[in-house]
Write a protein that binds this ligand. Structure first.
Ligand SMILES: *[C@@H]1O[C@H](CO)[C@@H](O)[C@H](O)[C@H]1NC(C)=O
Ligand SMILES: *[C@@H]1O[C@H](CO)[C@@H](O)[C@H](O)[C@H]1NC(C)=O
Ligand SMILES: *[C@@H]1O[C@H](CO)[C@@H](O)[C@H](O)[C@H]1NC(C)=O
Ligand SMILES: *[C@@H]1O[C@H](CO)[C@@H](O)[C@H](O)[C@H]1NC(C)=O
Ligand SMILES: *[C@@H]1O[C@H](CO)[C@@H](O)[C@H](O)[C@H]1NC(C)=O
Length: 429
């Protein structure tokens, strides 16, 4: 995927765009099954308008690597289930694997050092407990990073510099609080840029921070260089979120660690067609309630859930992720964890690891405008097609899980890979 983003590739963009558009139209006409129609229509036309360039590139990638140029038969093979393997959840598995090994071997991170006695050690050092809850991703990442083999004590060896402040912990620190975060960040950047030479060399372009709480996106407002130069690894990664710059920044998956072992992941015996539970805090959710609030196949629940959330997810074929205040919630990772195919209704969400994983093979992406068609779309997916999607869910779920001792290809390694793709040595080439 990354290899394809060369300057030469962009020369062909207008032609490629025309060809691909015609191909889409051909697909649309030639396929009779509902699945193709909904898939192509909803993922490529209705939603994610602003990512079309990315999708064109990935499509070109798959036709080129497919070699036979006959996309039509390629898709049939996939959907017949005969040729399905691990490959299809990636845009380009081989190039990912090669780059991953190189990343794992050579990526080096320098973390600005802080001592236990530092008055803000609670914010700057890794937590000494196992992170949990809605914003665990932020704490998990730092906790795993600082004891990993990616750390270097020698800044001249570093590809990237980590700004270790925790937005979630600043928010709860009575000395700072929500209103003090901007000043804290300003003071922090002032201090490191005076005490060390590294920030000034690039104005922060080889620096990164990690935040899961959405308040993080207002936190950098007093240091514009962080927003425009540094790599922001954040959960609230929307294409229309001011301050989030796709390709420079990266989407951090929001993962609420679920206790206990693996749930029952079987695709069968899932009685509900669709499931959603949450609070009614956005126009998109209002619309979901309006259309599906009383439906007997799609179970939409607002307010406190009487039944067990885990059992509901295990009992459903499709689990809805619906934009609330922000595009992100922990529901996608929950769906994957419980073996449920995610249905993503959050326009312009820069999905986690989207430059590696091909989300259309293990999720259904539906534009907000199409909420009235939700049931038709889900019912249009045949059992055979569902089994393919669900088996792909089982293949990708490991990428959206944290471990205190990281496991290859888990959320920690995937975030490291995203950083590797964005390291400044590459950007400055
Ligand atoms: C999609 O993008 C095009 C070109 O940028 C724009 O003209 C059009 O209004 C967009 N459509 C939607 C639905 O956002
Ligand atoms: C990544 O590095 C770790 C630590 O050196 C090692 O245990 C692991 O096997 C490596 N994984 C791959 C795929 O190279
Ligand atoms: C920056 O340094 C000053 C002076 O040492 C200190 O008072 C302040 O707390 C530091 N700011 C941060 C965010 O650590
Ligand atoms: C970095 O730049 C700032 C602003 O120009 C300057 O005040 C500071 O001394 C520089 N830091 C170092 C370590 O030279
Ligand atoms: C659901 O049904 C109840 C009872 O018929 C009705 O009062 C309510 O307005 C309906 N809600 C929606 C969202 O259609």
């Amino acid at each position: 995927m990354y290899n394809i983003l060369t300057p030469q590739a962009f020369v062909f963009m207008p032609t490629a765009l025309a060809i691909v558009t015609s191909l889409f139209i051909l697909f649309y006409i030639s396929f009779t099954s509902n699945f193709h129609q909904t898939h192509l229509t909803f993922t490529h036309f209705s939603s994610f308008n602003s990512t079309s360039q990315k999708q064109v590139i990935s499509l070109l990638g798959s036709t080129q690597s497919g070699g036979n140029g006959n996309i039509q038969s390629q898709r049939h093979m996939e959907l017949n289930g005969k040729y399905v393997n691990d490959n299809e959840v990636f845009h380009d598995r081989d190039s990912f694997m090669d780059n991953y090994k190189e990343m794992n071997r050579s990526l080096k991170i320098y973390v600005y050092p802080h001592q236990k006695g530092d008055p803000f050690s609670n914010v700057l050092l890794a937590v000494d407990f196992e992170p949990g809850g809605n914003y665990a991703s932020e704490s998990y990442f730092k906790k795993v990073l600082v004891v990993s083999h990616f750390i270097t004590k020698d800044p001249s060896n570093a590809d990237l510099f980590f700004l270790p402040f925790s937005i979630a912990r600043l928010r709860h620190d009575p000395r700072v609080g929500i209103n003090g975060i901007k000043d804290f960040i300003k003071s922090y950047i002032f201090n490191i840029s005076h005490e060390y030479p590294y920030w000034n060399r690039t104005n922060g372009a080889d620096h990164f921070y990690v935040a899961c709480h959405s308040i993080g996106r207002f936190a950098m407002e007093k240091v514009i260089d962080v927003k425009i130069n540094a790599i922001q690894v954040v959960c609230s990664s929307g294409y229309f979120v001011s301050a989030y710059i796709p390709h420079k920044d990266a989407s951090l998956p929001q993962i609420w660690p679920r206790p206990g072992g693996d749930p029952n992941l079987a695709p069968y015996k899932r009685k509900k067609l669709g499931f959603f539970a949450g609070s009614l805090n956005s126009p998109v959710r209002d619309k979901l309630l309006e259309w599906w609030g009383n439906d007997s196949d799609i179970f939409v629940h607002f307010g406190r859930l009487e039944s067990s959330y885990a059992e509901e997810l295990v009992d459903s074929k499709f689990c809805l992720h619906v934009k609330g205040y922000e595009v992100n919630t922990a529901r996608i990772a929950d769906a994957l964890f419980y073996g449920c195919v995610p249905v993503i209704i959050a326009n312009h969400y820069d999905l986690p690891f989207a430059d590696v994983l091909d989300w259309k093979h293990f999720s259904i992406i539906i534009a907000t405008l199409d909420i009235p068609l939700l049931k038709k779309i889900l019912q249009g997916i045949t059992q055979q097609e569902y089994l393919v999607l669900q088996s792909n869910v089982l293949k990708v779920r490991k990428h959206l899980q944290w471990h205190v001792s990281p496991v290859d290809f888990d959320a920690f390694y995937m975030v490291m890979y995203e950083l590797w793709l964005r390291r400044s040595s590459l950007r400055l080439q």
